[in-house]
Ligand binder design. Structure first.
Ligand code: FAD
Length: 367
């Protein structure tokens, strides 16, 4: 039996704790905020899981494994916090994300459908697309109800008497000894410390990770024109709209219609820049990016913003690193939620010696 100390109660830390508890290890979770923490990257009403991943064949394949891991979580929780709306990538130009996605699907034999423009507009009548547009859809895919998942996973761990210490800030990690040093001067020791600290990693381990780029991203909840409300509920999640970096999550289970625009992100730090958003200005920047594609664009009404932070480097690959008795999980990007339970299981395979660390890191990097 191993003793694990997990830093961070986002989807990765909580999933690790679940996998450890299920396999009979001793595990403790340390979280600087409340648990769940509404400022964690993992927190929002919904997060997307989708097969369309451009030319990233490794991550496309990993989505199949991720769905199996979610299924095991639903069994434990006794509730399924996912809706299978499917996910679509819409092509606007030759060689764009959707075309790369279609090539990847063909190369790895993943079932999918290719739709012409009329087919896409039949699924998404709220869109206006250029004549050359087409789309590729894959199932399953759609919204994972993140806040419900974090809440139920926390309760599940508490019911199994897994210690989850909220309001507990770790100020440093002794990598050689597997010790977390807390702000109150106490320590927590394990055979291994797993650091899943999201955007706060550079603050926690400045010598190794002080230069890791941290980005602020803001997503926008909108009320569509009444004529399109139902079609936005019925539509698949839009994973890509050309190379425009926009995406949408359908309004299911009352979560609301959410739109994102990856290009809106900027370098910032959560402790410095905070979680406020200027609804008027920022919603204009995000919603405005969809102006050419939303039918009856003037009828969309911004409701609220959700701000989050993540680490991301130009490789756009997850980074797992080992330093003595510490394992660090980082470069989570705007991508890791969907893989949370799967990552928890794989890291435990490594802890139990079933998987070499180098193989784990290689897999996590999407190779
Ligand atoms: C706006 C946005 C949209 C996204 N959309 C998607 C999506 O659609 N699909 C998808 O798959 N992924 C998406 N992601 C990415 C995904 O949410 C993250 O990659 C994932 O949630 C990271 O989980 P985590 O547990 O590693 O980090 P986090 O959820 O950030 O959790 C880290 C936790 O560690 C705690 N912590 C940090 N430092 C310390 C310390 N020193 N001591 C104690 N506790 C500490 C923090 O308080 C926090 O609770 C999105 C991210 C953002 C920000």
């Amino acid at each position: 039996m191993a003793r694990l100390v997990v830093i961070g109660a986002g989807i990765v830390g909580l999933s690790l704790a679940r996998a450890a508890s299920l396999r009979g290890h001793e595990v403790r979770v340390l979280e600087q905020g409340p648990v769940p923490n509404p400022q964690a990257a993992s927190h929002d009403r919904h997060r997307m899981i989708r097969y369309p991943y451009g030319s990233a064949a490794g991550y496309t394949r990993m989505v199949t494994e991720a769905f199996s891991a979610w299924e095991r979580l639903w069994q434990d929780l006794g509730a399924c916090h996912f809706e299978n709306t499917g996910a679509i990538a819409i092509s606007l130009e030759p060689g764009d994300y959707a075309e790369k996605t279609r090539e990847t699907f063909r190369a790895i034999g993943l079932p999918h459908d290719v739709l012409d423009r009329q087919g896409v507009e039949a699924l998404c009548p709220h869109l206006v697309l250029p004549a050359r547009a087409w789309g590729v859809t894959a199932f399953p895919g759609g919204p994972l109800f993140a806040a419900d998942i974090l809440r139920d996973l926390t309760a599940w761990l508490q019911a199994r008497n897994v210690p989850i210490e909220g309001g507990c800030t770790v100020v440093s990690v002794d990598e050689a000894q597997g010790v977390a040093h807390l702000a109150d001067g106490t320590t927590r020791q394990g055979d291994m410390v797993v650091v899943a600290a999201g955007a706060w990693l550079p603050r926690l381990m400045p010598d190794r990770y002080g230069q890791v780029p941290v980005y602020r991203q803001a997503l926008l909840y909108v009320e569509p024109p009444a004529a399109h409300a139902q079609s936005w509920r019925d539509a698949p999640a839009i994973a890509a709209l050309g190379d425009h970096t926009g995406y949408t999550l359908p309004d299911r289970r009352g979560a609301g219609l959410k739109i994102g625009y990856s290009a809106h992100r900027r370098r910032a730090l959560p402790d410095v820049d905070g979680f406020d958003a200027d609804l008027e200005w920022e919603s204009g920047a995000i919603l405005g990016a969809f102006r050419p594609y939303f039918r009856d664009f003037e009828g969309y009404r911004p409701l609220r913003m959700q701000v989050g932070y993540y680490t991301l480097d130009p490789s756009r690959r997850f980074l797992f690193a080992r330093h003595g008795q510490a394992v660090v999980i980082t470069q989570c990007d705007g991508q890791m939620f969907k893989f949370g339970p799967l990552i928890g299981e794989r890291v435990l395979d490594m802890v139990e010696g079933k998987l070499a660390f180098s193989d784990l890191a290689h897999w996590a990097a999407g190779h």
